[in-house]
Write a protein that binds this ligand. Sequence first.
Ligand code: 13P
Ligand code: SF4
Length: 348
Amino acid sequence: MEKIQPPETHQETLEALKYKLEGIVPEAEIILKAEMAYEINRIKKEKDAVILGHNYMEPALYHSIPDYVGDSLGLSKISAETTASRIVFCGVEFMAETAKILSPDKMVLLPASKAGCSLAESITGEDVRKLKEQYPGVPVITYVNTYAEVKAETDICCTSSNAAKIVNQLDSDTVICLPDEFLAKNIAKETGKNVVFPGHSNGNGELQNSMIVWDGKCEVHDKFSLQDVENVRKQFPDALILAHPECPPEVVEASDYSGSTTAMVNYVQQSDADRYMLFTECSMGDNIAAENKEKEMVKMCSVRCPHMNQITLEDTLECLKKDQYQIHIDETIRKKAKASLDRMLEMS
Ligand code: 13P
Ligand code: SF4
């Protein structure tokens, strides 16, 4: 992942934002945000901070202050390797926690006091312990969209970009895959496994070649339906349809491509179609449009993640000035959680 060079002066910041965001963000907003972005980049240097921006950040923030932008896996790798003394995570809380797990000696800051995630909130460490009692010896693979206490009970973590690869490398043909029901079903399909809910078998009373799944959902991707895909196909027959693997399986099935947020960014960049519809969080469509002026992002079915939306330029400026909000994790939990993340990084 390449480091982004921030503009040096206020004027350069404004010009760079205008160039990228003209027609996407109103000019008055660009002027206001350029001032904040310039100030953030100045303090960032003074305080030896690195800013990581998830692909779902709002366009003005995404295009002005991060040193690195990317998906969960890419940003995890950067947080494990950075030499900066502060990591400011412009993403949600589980992402900042992942950075702290991997880089315990750094100060890790989240610009909002709360930026949750419906998937992370769908499961607890106690839930995982009960599943392990119910299915002794079955490996637990957990999506990074979970909190540290859940990662601590896990054998290996995964992200949307490496999940199938990791499942295929495990010794056991039966796995527990938590907590996203749709991601698990999509991986089960890709890896040829039967889906089983806890307490049920696959119909033959056996668990061979099965994926035991949880019923967590992403509140954004859960809103997309097969009907939405069909409506887009009808109205924009030339549009290429991309869907994040957190979407319901029938949406992924009906799409032209499915992949992590960065995989989708790269797919649009490398493809030569004129029109695209993204079934994912809507800011990402704007961010891709800003980088690919000649391509059109269809704006049907727009859904903003309310948790990603908590992260603003205003709060990031306060975060840097006041060193808030610092992420703290109990050391015993952190060490156990790190083992599951290290296994993922080794295998992906
Ligand atoms: P990615 O790992 O694809 O960036 O996904 C993170 C996420 O929260 C998607 O909703
Ligand atoms: Fe969580 Fe969904 Fe928001 Fe991603 S888009 S952070 S999975 S609620």
